[in-house]
Design a protein around this ligand. Sequence first.
Ligand SMILES: O=C(O)C1=C[C@@H](OP(=O)(O)O)[C@@H](O)[C@H](O)C1
Ligand SMILES: C=C(OP(=O)(O)O)C(=O)O
Length: 440
Amino acid sequence: MTTSPARTDLPLWPAPLAGGPLDATVEIPGSKSLTNRLLVLAALADGPGVLRGALRSRDADLMIAALRSLGATITEGDAPSTLHVTPGPVTGGVEIDCGLAGTVMRFLPPVAALADGPVRFDGDPQARVRPMLPVLAALHALGVTVSSDGPELPAHLPFTVHGRGHVAGGAVDVDASGSSQFVSALLLAAARFDRPLMLRHIGATLPSLPHIEMTVATLRDVGVRVDDSRDGIWEVTPGPIAARDVRVEPDLSNAAPFLAAALVSGGTVRVAGWPAETTQPGAMVPGLLERMGGTVSLDGDVLSVTGTGAVHGIDVDLHAGGELAPAFAALAALAHSPSRLRGIAHLRGHETDRLAALATEITRLGGRCEETRDGLVITPRPLHGATFRTYADHRMAHAGAIIGLRVPDVQVEDVATTAKTLPGFDRLWTRMLATGDEGA
Ligand SMILES: O=C(O)C1=C[C@@H](OP(=O)(O)O)[C@@H](O)[C@H](O)C1
Ligand SMILES: C=C(OP(=O)(O)O)C(=O)O
């Protein structure tokens, strides 16, 4: 970890201070995780389908471009968030740019295995260190050839999946302790395999279980039979994938920084379209904010969080919702009592090593934030302004914005990196602070 002054050639965004208690309603665009699952299933379906309220962001647009090159036709309807998807035979002989999107680099290799030729995968420089081996080893075990420069199975991008038009299926063990996306990836394509897929998780821990439940739920919604009755084992029966006209829920993890702002600034922030039931891990956000001093209410589908400006520390296992950690680490840095975030060792393989990044940046602002084996311990200290580096990580930018609500002169590096899942984050944030009813 380094605490030296940040030097960056990237643009700096002066994070706005909260002028007073908030009174804002924020419209959050569609869920990244749901959009990218629904796009994959629509591209493999039996007929044309529609997504409404889909996310349009870098990760979603990379998925759209990749599925188009693999043979699907995807067009915009009356709005950019309405997507018409017409499946086609899965075609090889193409290259896929994964950017930094875990959902693209993990979900598409099993789809590429169904193609009629090789599919090469690559992405951003930072994507080339994100773990890939468990999903590629599983494909290899299912009879799919995967190659890169060396003789060994690739552990990272870039690599090539040599599609042969079909995947046998069968039983396979996967260590998904590094990412739930290894499980989701194989389940999403498995209805198109020749035989049932019987997938067993063999690692010590399994992060982000809600995201696996999301995969199972989206598969069942399109008529695919999934047996998840045994812990750590999933069985998918090959069969038709129904075409659907579906509405995508707002991204509840991206709602987290906005709702957190109510605790930091005092006042109320509302998010419209909050689902009554969801598999998104963002469902944990209201309960966590209550524990940190917020008052939460749900009126119809409008979730309101009201804060006083006082933030309590929290001791929490975020294993199920690791993507929430940056926002909650930022809140913890502003709390009046210590916090411990546990169960999130796998965040070291996210967009950046998020544990190191959060510890470095909170420390740079004068805070005390220490890495543990599986998380962070954050002890309150007075903070001061400085550059808050973001490491191409959208959720680091959210964290810097939260701290900047209270700490003058926080300069968030490369706020445009938020376009990964929420283009226009800075505009939405500034409008929220203008305390009116604002939309995306
Ligand atoms: O399947 C998904 O859509 C996701 C699963 C999670 O990944 P990990 O299990 O790697 O944390 C989550 O952090 C990521 O933002 C999205
Ligand atoms: C871990 C994340 O993304 P990805 O889908 O790229 O893994 C995230 O959005 O927090």
